[in-house]
Design a protein around this ligand. Structure first.
Ligand code: ADP
Length: 307
């Protein structure tokens, strides 16, 4: 059974689309890999799977083995740099036209989600992140039920709920938290994405929408607030073009100067360190934010597995 060799399973949920759920999943995966963990990402967002685009593997072809699919390798573990392996399986790989939303009806979607959970050969993984569709639809309920049936209690670390300052004002994210309570899925914490803006020109981080609502809401529900993630256009540049993020001198995020690159290009001309997304991501302002949020996810997962 495909989930048996996975240590920790984390769901990434959001009340509505476009709040950055897939980018949060992507960055949690990169951060976990940078922390030395082996990671799998399962993208079951049928509303428009965007995980393959995030990892630059849209054209990858999945191989079918007897009884299931083999995930795509984004990178292998590297003992010299200490990164863990990263593999991805997305519904997007199975769609005839990439980027299409799935138009199947409920039962077919539900069956697909179930099959996806059991028919991907993950091998050994420290973490499996599941990028779910937005909302609390039938697929979610089915996903939650299937996970509760197929995964061991000690594997199910819980859910990370993503919201934005504006979405907090809507009922969607509260619904999501209620969904977790009803289905018995533990909430690891809430992330407020698109909270502020890192200007690429003027070294300022500006609050364009009122931020802070995510924290208030997390407190209301008695769940942990994992932190705020500003909009960083350099993150988009990294994803879209593969260019290493750069910031004007003096740019500070959370009191840290981020304008000095963490990763200098290798002097000996090798491109190994600079070629992979995971290394380039270290130069993104959001990497340090995700590092501390990831540490909280790791500790929540370890607590669950140790009972
Ligand atoms: P969702 O999965 O919730 O539909 P996405 O993760 O696809 O949302 O995000 C929507 C768009 O916003 C994507 O192009 C993504 O790269 C971008 N985005 C999300 N969060 C950020 C951020 N903090 N900084 C910059 N761009 C972001």
């Amino acid at each position: 059974m495909s989930l048996s060799k996975i240590k920790h399973i984390v769901l990434v949920l959001s009340g509505k689309g476009g709040v950055g759920k897939s980018s949060v999943t992507t960055q949690l995966a990169l951060s976990l890999s940078l922390a030395g963990h082996s990671v799998g990402v399962l993208d079951v967002d049928l509303t428009g799977p965007s995980i393959p685009r995030m990892f630059g593997i849209e054209d990858a072809k999945v191989t079918q083995a007897p009884g299931g699919w083999l995930p795509i390798t984004v990178h292998d573990a590297d003992q010299t740099t200490g990164i863990g392996s990263l593999r991805v399986m997305s519904l997007g790989f199975l769609l005839p036209r990439r980027g299409d939303a799935v138009v199947w009806r409920g039962p077919k979607k539900t069956a697909m989600v179930r099959q996806f959970l059991s028919d991907v050969f993950w091998d050994e993984l420290d973490f499996l992140l599941i990028d779910t569709p937005p909302g609390t639809s039938d697929e979610h309920i089915s996903l939650a039920e299937t996970l509760l049936q197929k995964a061991r209690q000690d594997q199910l670390a819980g859910a990370v709920v993503v919201t934005t300052p504006q979405a907090v004002a809507t009922a969607d994210v509260r619904k999501e938290l209620n969904f977790c309570t009803k289905t018995g899925i533990k909430v690891i914490g809430v992330i407020e994405n698109m909270s502020g803006f890192i200007c690429p020109n003027c070294s300022e981080c500006t609050n364009i929408f009122m931020s802070g609502g995510g924290e208030v809401m997390a407190n209301d529900f008695g769940v942990r607030f994992l932190g705020r993630v500003p909009i960083d256009p350099q993150f988009l540049v990294l994803i879209e073009t593969g260019e290493t993020p750069r910031y004007p001198e003096g740019t500070e995020v959370n009191g840290q100067d981020i304008s000095t690159p963490a990763q200098e290009p290798d002097a000996d001309g090798t491109v190994k360190k600079t070629a992979l997304l995971v290394y380039k991501y270290q130069d993104c302002s959001l990497a340090s934010i995700f590092k501390s949020m990831t540490a909280e996810v790791i500790s929540a997962a370890q607590q669950t597995s140790s009972g």
